[in-house]
Design a protein around this ligand. Sequence first.
Ligand code: PHB
Length: 250
Amino acid sequence: MANSPSGDSVTDRLLRVLETFTPTRTVQTAAEIGRRAGLPTSTAHRLVGELVEAGLLERDEDRRIRIGMRLWELATRSSQALRLRQAAMPSMERVQARIHEHTQLAILEQDEALFLERLSSPDSGANVTRVAGRLPLHASSSGLVLLAFGSRELQERILAAPLAPVSRETLTDAGALRRKLAEVRRLGHAIAPGYIEAVSTGAAVPIRDETGTVIAALSAVLPRDAAVDPPLVELHGAAREIAAALRDHG
Ligand code: PHB
């Protein structure tokens, strides 16, 4: 890729532009994008213009910029995430209809839990999760499952880094986290009471592929003092069903 005078490639700059969009910042002006991406104004305007032309970004009547549908289309079309989500949807819908609480699907992505789907009803309680949003591995029930059944290298990397608190009850001590991960492996599920928010408890189970490798986590976000056993029975059943669907139709 051709490099700019500052030495970064076209791909670097493109990525920096796209990464200025977040789950909570979905609309920006070209100038804001440039500032947040650390690009000179003229470069930002040119790059944004080219991306709008290609459909990867879209410009509304107020000339504000959003992620374009074409980018969604290209990214979604052939991804492994889509295949997993499709295999999981029928089971997730059943779990959600039975437990009436948030039901969600996450995978490991660059040392975080990335959420592919979240099903909720209007009367479900608090939940910070967003589709295509991320949560820290050590703080969320899904993350704890992905970490506990992840590689040794992943575990040591996370345990060696500072464990940032998300709530007052997040495990921020490496020893406590190590013990929690052993518990998750022993029980076959993770319970995260108040680790993200004092008002809720996360409960998650692993989804395995045909070789037994954990490829995703299926979780429920419950009111803090709700019973966890009935949702866990539903989640375990659904995880087995999803694994079978991936095997049969994958
Ligand atoms: C969790 O999975 O532990 C979790 C996720 C989102 C919340 C609360 C808990 O809002």
